[in-house]
Design a protein around this ligand. Structure first.
Ligand code: SF4
Ligand code: SF4
Length: 462
């Protein structure tokens, strides 16, 4: 019998009991702040989970599923909790039980389930889907449908989905930047070993000593829609004496499956990734907060798998965000870029899942002369949360509205964030709200800065 069918919440009983109901997490919870309903708070949800686990509340009752559905899974409550309650794992268990209980979902929920099962678990189909999405994006279809308001006329949800896709396009970060190399736009890292760009000799300390070899986890959305960020990550790491390989056969991290309660799907993907990265023990680098937190949780996901438990534990210990890998030594400083005022929004899973608080900011500090404007509540969720923005559009747009208001206050024209979901959510929201904002990954700014400094023998714009 799978763990899912054996009642995932019952397995996590000790974690449920760790909550002492102190309420110190309440104000950190975006859904509680917006609704004021205790059942939309971490404490209230844990209470509901206990009620289900102790059979005092029906698993299928709306008073349970509604509040579990409405949780963003941002894990801000984990950072706020003095008792160390691992809320993210409890949420996954609750969702697995709900999914295992055969709940009847709405159309969007059923479509999401179908896509996760029949597309996301099949790498070749997924690559085709992303190729089609890129073609659509680069042909300007989303932009046209948004501009003519046709998408809004058909459905506001379609309009938002198109805005998400449109906002994944590359932003112009440096006023002097010339063309982007074709290899930055088209995914090429599938099944290949990266030859890092040669780095010119410099006087930076990071260039002394032995190279720190690592492996890059490219991610499905990152490689499908943000291949330029993966290439920038490779170049920046190489320029910091850390050349990366991209192992063949890696697949999606499984975060979308785990968050949707499909733990069996997540485990299938986890086993494949563990096998793929088994060649050595080098650090595994990610540049997507959501993927990084998921990969780091394989040890928990496969804890009851006799064959994989120990390997999953070793795998999870190797996970580092690119900012953490760079921050392990001093990040090499780049040259000044002629850019606009920039702010930073923390990816929830990078911050609360991987505890990368300062490291991404250190990357931005290495960009000489960057005009940086701090963002109020940069540690609060943007409302993207995987596919939450499509499944729970009302709460998502309330959370996003607050984020956009804070961004506007900074006067920034560029926003850096370390997760593709946040990138698209904020980019889409800004576009639909008429806010002039370019969104990028922090590593893209550092890459621009290194390019400007002449750190790469092969300039990208050649
Ligand atoms: S994960 Fe986020 S939305 Fe869910 S209970 Fe915790 S703080 Fe609230
Ligand atoms: S989750 Fe943590 S902070 Fe929140 S009520 Fe429980 S013990 Fe307190």
């Amino acid at each position: 019998m799978s763990v899912q069918l054996a009642n995932a919440l019952a397995i996590e009983e000790n974690k449920l009991l760790a909550c002492v109901h102190c309420g110190l997490c309440l104000e950190a919870c975006p859904t509680y702040v917006h609704t004021g309903d205790e059942n939309d708070s971490p404490r209230g949800r844990i209470y509901l989970m206990r009620a289900v686990e102790e059979r005092r509340l029906e698993l299928s009752s709306l008073s349970f599923t509604r509040h579990i559905d409405r949780c963003l899974g941002c894990r801000a409550c984990e950072s706020a909790c003095p008792s160390g309650v691992q809320y993210g794992q409890l949420l996954e268990a609750a969702r697995a039980d709900i999914a295992g209980g055969g709940r009847r979902e709405g159309l969007t929920g059923r479509m999401s389930h179908f896509i996760l099962r029949h597309l996301w678990l099949h790498p070749s189909r997924l690559r085709l889907a992303f190729a089609a999405a890129r073609l659509t994006r680069e042909a300007g279809v989303p932009g046209l449908l948004l501009k003519t308001k046709l998408a809004r006329f058909i459905s506001p949800r379609l309009e938002f989905a198109l805005a998400l896709l449109d906002s994944s396009s590359a932003a112009k970060l440096n006023r002097n930047r010339a063309r982007v190399k074709a290899s930055d736009k088209n995914p090429t890292s599938r099944n290949r070993t990266t030859t890092p760009p040669a780095v010119r000799n410099g006087d930076d300390l990071n260039l002394a000593g032995e190279k720190r070899h690592a492996a890059l986890f490219t991610g499905c959305v990152m490689e499908g829609l943000f291949a330029r960020v993966n290439r920038a990550t490779e170049r920046v790491l190489a320029a910091n004496n850390c050349p990366v390989d991209t192992p063949r056969g890696q697949v999606c991290c499984g975060a979308l499956h785990a968050h949707a309660g499909d733990l069996d799907g997540a485990r299938q993907l986890a086993r494949r990734n563990i096998d793929t990265f088994a060649d050595n023990t080098a650090p595994i680098i990610t540049n997507a907060g959501g993927c990084g937190a998921m990969l780091a949780s394989y040890s928990h996901l496969l804890a009851h798998d006799e064959q994989y438990a120990a390997r999953a534990e070793a795998f999870s210990e190797r996970i580092r965000d690119v900012s953490q890998q760079l921050g392990a030594t001093r990040v090499r400083a780049g040259a000044e870029i002629e850019s606009a005022r920039t702010t930073y929004d923390a990816s929830c899973h990078l911050l609360h899942g991987q505890r990368a608080n300062e490291a991404p900011l250190e990357m931005l500090r290495a960009v000489a002369g960057l005009e940086f404007a701090p963002l109020t509540d940069s540690d609060v969720c943007c409302g993207g949360a995987g596919v939450y923005n499509l499944l729970e559009p009302e709460m998502s747009s309330r959370v996003l509205g607050e984020k956009l208001a804070h961004i506007k206050e900074t006067g920034a024209e560029i926003l850096a964030t370390g997760n593709p979901g946040c990138h698209m959510q904020i980019g889409a929201g800004a576009r639909l709200a008429g806010l002039r904002l370019r969104v990028c990954h922090p590593v893209e700014l550092l890459d621009e800065s290194y390019c400007r400094a002449g750190f790469y023998d092969e300039a990208r714009d050649a």
